[in-house]
Ligand binder design. Structure first.
Ligand SMILES: Cc1cc2nc3c(=O)[nH]c(=O)nc-3n(C[C@H](O)[C@H](O)[C@H](O)COP(=O)(O)OP(=O)(O)OC[C@H]3O[C@@H](n4cnc5c(N)ncnc54)[C@H](O)[C@@H]3O)c2cc1C
Length: 478
């Protein structure tokens, strides 16, 4: 019998698991995919918003500002890259000035620190590469960037190090009430639990319906992106937004914590909860709008594109409540869900306490996680020391990103270990460079097969039936 089953291993489920793993509880995270961070968490703008956007008094506003305060410490504890690069909302005309004033006042009411409206000269001093048409901007020094899947992998890894279990490829298909709580069912397995946390992203309404709650609906809203190659000196340092219009927030341009430039997202409603393909129309829109504020943005350096699905809830705010004893929705977590995630976790712990869950702190809770190794950033002495201890660090596998075999082995064997090619990519950056895995892919297949004790044919790109090799080619067999 579990005390808590968390449905969904995204950033929200992950940070809740980590927060709960500080207490004497038996916890299990169930995830329908082969890895963590496979839903909305793997494809978004990766911004820790300052918190001036959401209406004062809303859960979005409160949890965004609190999340942005908590994030630096969480990132430190988990050894995750985080950079407070600040954000700018650009204004081009008098209509924009009124909107920027509203955002400024909203931010002040929400408790965002350090907000200022900058004039043209101040904006240009901060970001010389911006269009000369920019007249003023809202500056938020607490805006930041983080890698959402790095955060999630680290949070779930840390929760696992503190005793939490993770079941992959466990798709919840039914929930039944029992004398002591609930039965959480997949097609193959049934788990008994006293409490359930529904953190299933775009599927949270379907999970809610399994306990008879049809009070909200989640519809997906697509957002496409273009990711540019890493540069020593990026064209912009801050996260750059345009003043929002009736048509939405528009396209942003931002550095990532790994030193790429990211441009997007588009915004298109759809009913399909899975369709996340990118489109030529989306690319054209991103390029056109981004060039209006960053005219020289080098789209020729684009290395990949991706698309994320926002989990837009029918209530307009985050849906975090308990429809029945022992069951908790954490639904409709669209933007700023990543920013708010540490505060959402804190809030859910309080909800559990209010229901008398009797949370007792663990004596031996360990909040720290060793940062993943970045061999290429180490000094020559450190590199030599690593190679001495583990010769696999002396072998470069990914030539574009300079990732060693040692780092790949570490990714496979550290909680929650990589089980497929994309899992290795998200943990190490191997396959993320210019060649996108063209050269290192086959070597990583070999390493996964060897370390997991499976055949080459069983290695997948991203779980399920995404096999890489269908069989041996003629003449290869001895
Ligand atoms: C285009 C875009 C841009 C964004 N930009 C930002 C930003 O810059 N800053 C910010 O703060 N927020 C941003 N967000 C929002 C942020 O990405 C989300 O709020 C956050 O990732 C939500 O995390 P989650 O864990 O709730 O959902 P998810 O990451 O979707 O996790 C839910 C998990 O549940 C699993 N699941 C679903 N159904 C089942 C089932 N039946 N059984 C088992 N598992 C199941 C899924 O596989 C998935 O892994 C953006 C979102 C999008 C789409």
């Amino acid at each position: 019998m579990y005390d808590v089953v968390i449905i969904g291993a995204g950033v929200v489920g992950g940070l809740i698991a980590r927060a709960l793993s500080a207490f004497e509880l038996r916890i299990c995270i169930v995830e329908k995919e082969n890895d963590v961070a496979m839903g909305t968490t793997k494809a978004n703008s990766a911004i820790v918003h300052a918190g001036f956007d959401a209406p004062p008094g809303s859960l979005k506003a409160k949890l965004n500002v609190r999340g942005s305060e908590l994030m630096p410490q969480i990132a430190r504890e988990l050894g995750v890259k985080y950079k407070r690069n600040g954000s700018l909302v650009l204004g081009f005309c008098e209509e924009d000035r009124a909107t920027i004033r509203t955002l400024y006042e909203r931010g002040c009411q929400n408790g965002v620190k350090g907000l200022r409206i900058l004039d043209q000269e101040e904006v240009r001093a901060l970001e010389p590469a911006l269009s000369k048409e920019v007249l003023f901007a809202l500056y938020a020094p607490t805006g930041a960037i983080i890698c959402p899947y790095e955060l999630t992998i680290a949070a779930i890894g840390n929760a696992m190090d503190n005793g939490t279990e993770l079941l992959r490829n466990f798709e919840v298909t039914d929930i039944r009430e029992s004398a002591d709580g609930f039965e959480v069912c997949s097609r193959e397995q049934v788990l008994q639990t006293r409490n359930i946390i529904n953190a299933a992203g775009v599927y949270a309404d379907r999970i809610a319906a399994m306990v008879g709650d049809t009070s909200f609906h989640i519809h997906p809203r697509r957002g496409e992106y273009l990711l540019l190659d890493r540069e020593k000196k990026l064209l912009v340092q801050h996260t750059i937004f345009r003043t929002p219009t009736k048509m939405g927030k528009g396209i942003l341009v931002t550095p990532t914590v790994d030193g790429n430039l990211l441009a997007g997202p588009t915004s298109v409603d759809q009913e399909d909860k899975e369709m996340a393909a990118t489109t030529a129309g989306g690319f054209a829109q991103i390029q056109k709008q981004a060039r209006e504020y960053v005219p020289d943005i080098p789209f020729g350096e684009t290395i990949t594109s991706f698309c994320g699905l926002r989990a837009v809830g029918s209530t307009g705010d985050f849906i975090i409540r308990s429809p029945k004893r022992g069951f908790f929705h954490v639904a409709g977590i669209e933007s700023p869900g990543l920013s708010a995630s540490p505060a959402i976790a804190e809030y859910v712990v309080e909800l559990l306490k209010q229901q008398g869950a009797g949370l007792q702190r663990k004596q031996n809770y360990q909040p720290y996680r060793e940062p993943d190794h970045a061999f290429c950033e180490a000094s020559v002495e450190e590199k030599n020391e690593w190679i001495r201890k583990e010769p696999a660090y002396g072998k470069i596998v990914c030539r574009c990103e300079h990732i060693t075999e040692g780092e790949i082995l570490h990714a496979i064997h550290t909680n929650p270990g990589a089980r497929d090619l994309d899992g290795v990519k998200r943990r190490t950056r191997a396959q993320m460079g210019r060649c996108q895995g063209g050269f290192c892919g086959p070597q990583i297949v070999e390493l996964l097969a060897r370390e997991l004790g499976i055949s080459y044919e069983q290695v997948t790109k991203s779980g399920k039936a995404s096999y890489i090799n269908v069989g041996k080619t003629k003449g290869v067999e001895a």
